[in-house]
Design a protein around this ligand. Structure first.
Ligand code: PMP
Length: 381
């Protein structure tokens, strides 16, 4: 957790460019290259007004808004069959809104976030929601579409309005990189914009921006127009995707600053090579750390099964709580923050989102390698 302490200690917590090495699970680091644009955004286009002060109905803001949506479409290669919406409320609001609009659905649960999505759907539809659990209770497994489609009960998931999956389980560090075998609803909160997707396999995908796309406050929803046509009309307008689509995501006041920052982040990723570049980086970052885990002869124990490993959240344990504490304390002394595993899993979690530079991964890798060799590490183990 980035605490006040970190800001106070900023002077001695930094990488070579003077930044905290931030492995937080989200909100997380932004690409440093956009900071000058953000500073300019405080006073927009040299005018005596900043982006945050612009009316959301002004032509200046509308241009930013349209550009953010267009860049998302280009970078994610979203076809015209799907609408792109900028919403609020995070993935958590989507859990409920999807159920209210389209359910009952069938839920693949292979981690904590899938569990939450399922619970939200159950709150609305009760036992009519189907569930397939993969790898409980410690959730070290990913789900694969080839695992079959048995959701139990007297209903088959094929008769449900949709099948829901979580492509990357942020807490456990397990990921499904295979596109589903038939169109699904997917929580992509922690791995959107990190690999190519076949959009024909997704009816709806959603993600808060605060991990791979930008700051918190804006939620990206990609929804198939045909699917949207099936939504219920008997709920308040704000909860209907169609209403947001019709208004161009300007149904009410949007999070204008978050969308401005999102636009700057997208502009930056486009300029350095788009999704191919981001995917290659994600592979390189995660392979570096998994390589060290695998070479440690069991000193570092990965939480996810090797075939289920996430490129985004590398989760692992040390042989004892004392060694874990020593590892985390030593990391913090070198300027690395956000590494403590989620309390439900423990251990260490390194979140390696799009804006995490390779030099940060190298710093962590060096510390891991040094820590294994430290006198006392093996003894305590
Ligand atoms: N789903 C996943 C996979 C997540 O990682 C998170 C946030 N950590 C959420 C949902 C919840 O997102 P939000 O806080 O945007 O509601």
């Amino acid at each position: 957790m980035i605490s006040e302490k970190i800001f106070v200690r900023l002077g001695n917590l930094y990488d070579v460019s003077g930044r905290v090495i931030n492995f937080s699970a989200g909100p997380s680091a932004l690409p440093v290259e956009i900071f000058p644009a953000l500073e300019r955004g405080i006073r927009y286009a040299d005018a005596e007004i900043g982006v945050m002060e612009l009316s959301h109905r002004s032509p200046e803001y509308e241009a930013i808004h349209a550009d953010a949506r267009e860049r998302l479409r280009r970078l994610l290669a979203v076809p015209e069959s799907h609408e792109i919406l900028l919403m609020q409320g995070g993935a958590t609001q989507q859990f409920g809104q999807i159920a209210m609009q389209f359910g009952p659905g069938a839920y693949v649960v292979n981690g904590s976030w899938g569990e939450k999505a399922y619970e939200a759907a159950r709150a609305w539809h009760g036992d009519r929601v189907r569930r397939r659990t993969v790898g409980a209770p410690d959730y070290r497994e990913s789900w694969s579409p080839s695992d079959g489609d048995d959701f139990g009960g007297d209903d088959r998931s094929g008769q449900c309005a949709y099948r829901h999956m979580t492509t990357n389980e942020t807490i456990q560090g397990v990921q499904t990189r295979e596109d589903p075998d038939r169109p699904a609803v997917a929580d992509m909160s922690s791995d959107i914009l990190t690999r190519r997707l076949d959009w024909s396999r997704y009816r709806l995908a959603y993600a808060g921006a605060q991990k791979n796309l930008g700051p918190s406050g804006v939620t990206v929803v990609v929804i198939e127009r045909e699917f949207m046509a099936d939504e219920r009309a008997d709920v308040p307008e704000y909860f209907r995707y169609g209403a947001h689509a019709k208004a161009g995501s300007l149904l009410n006041t949007p999070p204008t600053w978050s969308i401005f920052v999102l636009r700057e982040v997208l502009r930056h990723w486009e300029s350095v090579g788009g999704i191919a570049h981001l995917e290659a980086q994600a592979v390189a970052r995660s392979e570096r750390l998994y390589g060290i885990i695998d070479a440690s002869e069991g000193f570092f124990e990965g939480h996810a099964r090797p075939w289920a490993r996430s490129r985004m959240n590398v989760t692992f344990r040390l042989p004892s709580p004392e060694l874990t504490r020593a590892f985390l304390t030593g990391a913090e002394a070198q300027g690395m923050v956000g590494l403590a595993g989620h309390r439900s899993v423990g251990g260490v979690r390194a979140s390696l989102y799009n804006a995490c530079p390779m030099e940060w991964v190298e710093a962590l890798g060096e510390w891991m390698t040094e820590f294994v060799r430290r006198p006392g590490s093996r003894v305590t183990a």
